[in-house]
Design a protein around this ligand. Structure first.
Ligand SMILES: CC(=O)SCCNC(=O)CCNC(=O)[C@H](O)C(C)(C)COP(=O)(O)OP(=O)(O)OC[C@H]1O[C@@H](n2cnc3c(N)ncnc32)[C@H](O)[C@@H]1OP(=O)(O)O
Ligand SMILES: CC(C)C(=O)C(=O)O
Length: 685
């Protein structure tokens, strides 16, 4: 046993030097070449709720191409005018200014756009078939046609003699080959056919190969096949048609589409079809779909398949562009008007988010101890969440992430004490019904409130820590505020009275905010001493809005802007107020423009539903600084939804000032600011 010790030490040292995925990569064999075939724009659009314009299709195609997809199926030109237009316009692509990366590559390395269609209509000829004519007219090098490979479909859906189906397959492939196309044949229901009548299904394959098909794509159309059945079938076809490229096309009806696709590659397939968009989620973010989009439950998710092929299975994949995967998925989600699902493997916001204290402690030492890959490999990032499940390591990670000091400083008794106090506050508040994930800037340590969550409010946590730092001073103080709401009759109401029809009621909401601020800029040289020695002033502002929070945000912004012009760039992006997270879906209310660029969305949760109107409400607000391209979130809790909102609003503005306004920040590096945004620039010089 003693003799083995040095080896253990050696292995341990190697692990510390090189993470597991790096070791895997070092020992990888030469990359296997597997073509990635994206059908987001064809099968992806067959999902309920998805509809894309031609412009969006072209945008997505360009991005997929820049990412390095080998094939992009653009649609079915014989199906509808939109898809026909896509292929017409795609002929003019790539405009080098847009497809910048493609412009650098030789044409043979460009993505191939594929036009999709079917075998000729029954009892007809290819020459008479309008749909085949549109495939040729689409002008793509690659054409993919769907063919019946299950005798059940031939007998009862197509309703033709089996020989006629074989003729449809052979003649259609030969016709397209004669037109100079690369032909992929999608063998619909291949696996069901292979189980029911393998001899006939193999005859379909044979007819396609004899006619010159370049790729036999084995489809799990109903998504009911299991991994070992995929393995057996792919191996059988591979040995029956040596040298013929095999593809795989899986649906996710059993949540096996990714796994079955990877199995097919392992068994010999070299073309994988799927859809890239793996992060579309439901509106409340709970239980969103994480498969690729597509008919019924979706297609195989390329956002999981591509990195697995590349990082775990020794395939070339998209090579050095893999770190663009997360951004690609977000882009596609945006184009398809879907909310990202945080739980998506590889690309989701939570894919590398660590919450449990033991996990955070470990990843701080060796990141791979709780990660299967380096998140950077797919363009994602490791995140630490603060909650009641945190240990000191979570807080330490946040302090480091916020750039509040160096590791050496954190071992000082002052920092240890500070971190313990923050940790205790978080746990206490969460016990009372609070959660802190995501609200790093808002917690009021003096008066614990019920209902916080910090996981989604990093800015709140940030302010909690700052407020425990010596000399920290808030850049403004709220003295009081009021909100009044009234319904007044509009002028058309009068007309209503005259005509006897009901008039409209004009709701009006007005807010006033009084804040205490530094009077003159020169006193702001040192915020730390400002409240004791500085010259103060008060500013009272009022504003009207389309709701109480909207009016309050406007009034607060108005009161702060003259002293802090940099707030003009702060956008309130997301406002959520919610009750009982587990029971009620989040209500999202887009409140809209507040002041110029000031927008926000509200998330409200009522935490104690039994208390009815006296229930605690948690409000989370997401902000964005368009100038620094930064986002942050705060949380506020109160039985009064307006107070909870005001609390989150104030923290959001305070965070914006201490993080990005030159006059307010602590001695720490800041993103660059344009000179005209710094009200103290002139004074200083
Ligand atoms: C598994 C898949 O995802 S395959 C792709 C499925 N996608 C789509 O269907 C979306 C686009 N489809 C469409 O726009 C239309 O269905 C069209 C234009 C293709 C056809 O429209 P229509 O001519 O009105 O026919 P309809 O949709 O009602 O029925 C489909 C016809 O195609 C036939 N058909 C089905 N598969 C094939 C095939 N591989 N080869 C030839 N004909 C086929 C059917 O038997 C049926 O013919 P029938 O009416 O004589 O029985
Ligand atoms: C046309 C083919 C590829 C298909 O969508 C399926 O079989 O699911």
């Amino acid at each position: 046993m003693v003799a083995s010790e040095p080896r253990i030490a050696e292995v341990a040292a190697a692990v510390v030097r090189a993470p597991a995925h790096a070791i895997r990569q070092q020992h990888a064999a030469p990359p296997r070449l597997v073509d990635i075939y994206d059908t987001t724009l064809r099968d992806g659009t067959q999902m309920e709720g998805i509809s894309v314009s031609v412009d969006d299709k072209l945008k997505i195609a360009r991005v997929l191409s820049n990412f390095g997809m080998h094939y992009i199926e653009g649609g079915w030109p014989g199906s509808n005018p939109k898809d026909a237009e896509f292929f017409e316009r795609a002929k003019a692509e790539p405009p080098p200014d847009v497809w910048s990366r493609i412009a650098e590559l030789p044409p043979e390395a460009w993505s191939r756009i594929a036009a999709f269609g079917s075998t000729r209509r029954k009892n007809s000829t290819c020459e008479q078939d309008k749909q085949l004519a549109t495939l040729i007219a689409a002008g793509t090098n690659c054409v993919t046609i769907v063919a019946k490979a299950w005798d059940l479909h031939v007998d009862h859906i197509l309703e033709v003699p089996r020989e006629e189906n074989l003729a449809m397959v052979g003649e259609s492939v030969a016709f397209l080959k004669a037109a100079g196309k690369e032909v992929m044949i999608d063998l619909e229901h291949f696996f069901d056919g292979f189980k029911a009548n393998p001899a006939y299904t193999m005859q379909v394959c044979e007819r396609a190969v004899e006619a010159g098909a370049d790729v036999l794509v084995l489809c799990d159309t109903n998504g009911g096949t299991l991994g070992w059945e995929v393995d057996q079938a792919v191996r059988t076809v591979a040995s029956a048609f040596p040298g013929v490229r095999l593809g795989i096309h899986c649906h996710n009806d059993q949540e096996l589409a990714v796994s079955n696709s990877l199995q097919a590659v392992q068994s010999g397939a070299t073309v994988v079809q799927g859809t890239i968009n793996g992060i579309g989620g439901t509106i409340n973010g709970i239980g969103g779909t994480i498969n690729g989009i597509g008919e019924r439950t979706g297609n195989a998710n390329l956002a999981s398949i591509v990195p697995t092929l590349q990082l775990k299975m020794g395939c070339a994949g998209v090579g050095e562009r893999l770190p663009e995967l997360t951004a690609l998925c977000r882009f596609v989600d945006e184009q398809l008007n879907r909310l990202p699902d945080s739980k998506a493997p590889y690309v989701g916001q939570s894919a590398f988010a660590h919450k449990g204290g033991i996990h955070v402690s470990a990843v701080n030492k060796i990141p791979d101890s709780y990660q299967h890959i380096d998140p950077a490999a797919v363009g994602n990032v490791r995140r630490t969440l603060v909650s009641e499940l945190s240990g000191r390591s979570n807080i330490l990670s946040k302090v480091e992430e916020f750039g509040m000091g160096s590791k050496e400083e954190f071992s000082s008794p002052e920092w240890q004490d500070r971190m313990n106090r923050v940790l205790t506050a978080v746990k206490t508040l969460e016990k009372r019904g609070s959660t802190f994930e995501g609200a790093d800037a808002t917690v009021n340590l003096i008066e614990p409130l019920r209902g916080y969550t910090f996981e989604g409010a990093d800015a709140t946590v940030n302010l909690m820590i700052r407020r425990l730092m010596p000399g920290y001073t808030a850049p403004f103080r709220l003295m009081d505020y009021t909100v009044t709401a009234a319904d007044t009759m509009g002028s058309d109401a009068l007309r209503g009275e005259e005509t006897g029809t009901p008039g409209s009621v004009m709701p009006s909401v007005r807010a006033t905010v009084k804040v205490k601020l530094p009077a003159g800029v020169s006193q702001m040289e040192s915020l730390a001493s400002f409240w004791d020695n500085g010259d103060r002033t008060q500013r009272l502002e009022s504003a009207e809005g389309n709701g109480p929070v909207n009016a309050l945000a406007k009034a607060l912004n108005k009161a702060l802007l003259p002293t802090f012009p940099s707030l003009q760039h702060v956008v309130l992006k997301d406002y959520k107020a919610s009750r009982r997270p587990a029971q009620l879906p989040e209500l999202r209310v887009f409140v809209g423009e507040v002041v110029q660029e000031l927008k926000f969305q509200l998330k409200v949760r009522i935490l104690d539903q039994e208390s009815a109107t006296a229930a605690n409400t948690r409000v989370m607000i997401e902000f964005m600084d368009s100038h620094h391209n930064q986002q942050w979130a705060t949380v506020g809790v109160d039985t009064n939804i307006i107070s909870a909102s005001m609390c989150a609003l104030m923290d959001g503005f305070e965070y914006a000032l201490v993080e990005y306004a030159p006059c307010c920040s602590l001695d720490r590096p800041r993103p660059p600011v344009r000179e005209e945004d710094d009200p103290f620039e002139g004074e200083r010089s």
